[in-house]
Design a protein around this ligand. Structure first.
Ligand code: FPP
Length: 252
């Protein structure tokens, strides 16, 4: 049998130690993508959902270990009721249709956000999907659904108070542990598609030192090549975490 010939590619190879471990994505622009193609918004969301599968596969291929996606924010309830129902239906459909394959590919699904407010039937499906995949280790997929960064912090503070933790023991590390992402490292890279330059209440605590990458590409068109571009740019960034260049060089 002939040996497989690697596909010819112009894309530079990513240095494994420069690949971000945790990438978070604000998947924006489904509606504008649809409008620009003369299609209904529903079609934009459908294409956006298809794209998620591609980006998941590429993330594993590029060596990303944790992917956090902003699928439905606490503010998205303000959208027309029909669109809210559609977005709820998409998550249900993704779980029904993709769970087995995600599991077979070693994806661990986690939910970050508030369960309260989500339809009980969908809540059960989310919990089932998380439990079903809990031992997988190839990629952690955090689905931010009914998620808001401020709500997350309020929630953490309430849990700290309810646990009876004295004020002098409350520090940043402790608050971090009480967030939905408690046991995970902060995102190294936060990507936003569609040209908007806002954080939109996404990982506002965890993103304190994340690198941000914005592209004008709408989410349904954010391909493997676009993700690769973001990772290459990340690879060139110098993360200082408040220190000076001289200090960083001395540590190297
Ligand atoms: C932004 O487009 C996207 C969303 C509000 C989330 C929808 C995400 C998907 C369909 C991907 C997969 C979803 C799940 C639940 C796993 P927009 O509607 O804000 O676009 P616009 O700003 O152009 O109107």
């Amino acid at each position: 049998m002939a040996a497989a010939v690697p596909e010819k590619t112009d894309t530079p190879i990513l240095e494994p130690d420069r690949v971000p471990k945790h990438v978070a994505i604000i998947m924006d622009g489904n509606g504008r993508w649809a409008k620009s193609h003369g299609l209904p918004r529903t079609e934009g969301h459908r294409r956006g959902t298809d794209n998620l599968r591609r980006i998941l596969e590429s993330s594993v291929e590029f060596g990303i270990e944790i992917l956090t996606i902003y699928a439905f924010s606490t503010e998205n309830w303000r959208r027309p009721p029909l669109e809210v129902r559609l977005l709820m239906g998409i998550l249900e459909m993704v779980i029904d249709r993709e769970l087995k394959e995600l599991h077979a590919n070693g994806v661990q699904i986690r939910h970050i956000g508030e369960m309260d407010g989500i339809d009980p039937k969908l809540q059960r499906k989310i919990l089932y999907a998380c439990d079903y995949t809990k031992d997988n280790t190839r990629l952690i997929l955090n689905v931010a659904f009914n998620y808001g960064g401020r709500d997350e912090i309020v929630h953490a503070v309430r849990r700290i108070i309810n646990a009876g933790i004295p004020a002098d023991q409350v520090d940043a590390a402790l608050i971090g542990k009480y967030l939905y992402t408690g046991d995970l490292p902060d995102p190294d890279l936060i990507i936003r598609t569609s040209g908007e330059l806002r954080v939109s209440n996404f990982l506002i605590w965890q993103g304190a030192y994340s690198e941000y990458y914005a592209t004008s590409v709408y989410w349904p068109d954010f391909s493997k090549e676009e993700l690769h571009k973001a990772l290459v740019e990340y690879g060139h960034r110098k993360r200082r975490f408040g220190q000076t260049d001289d200090q960083l060089e001395a540590e190297e």
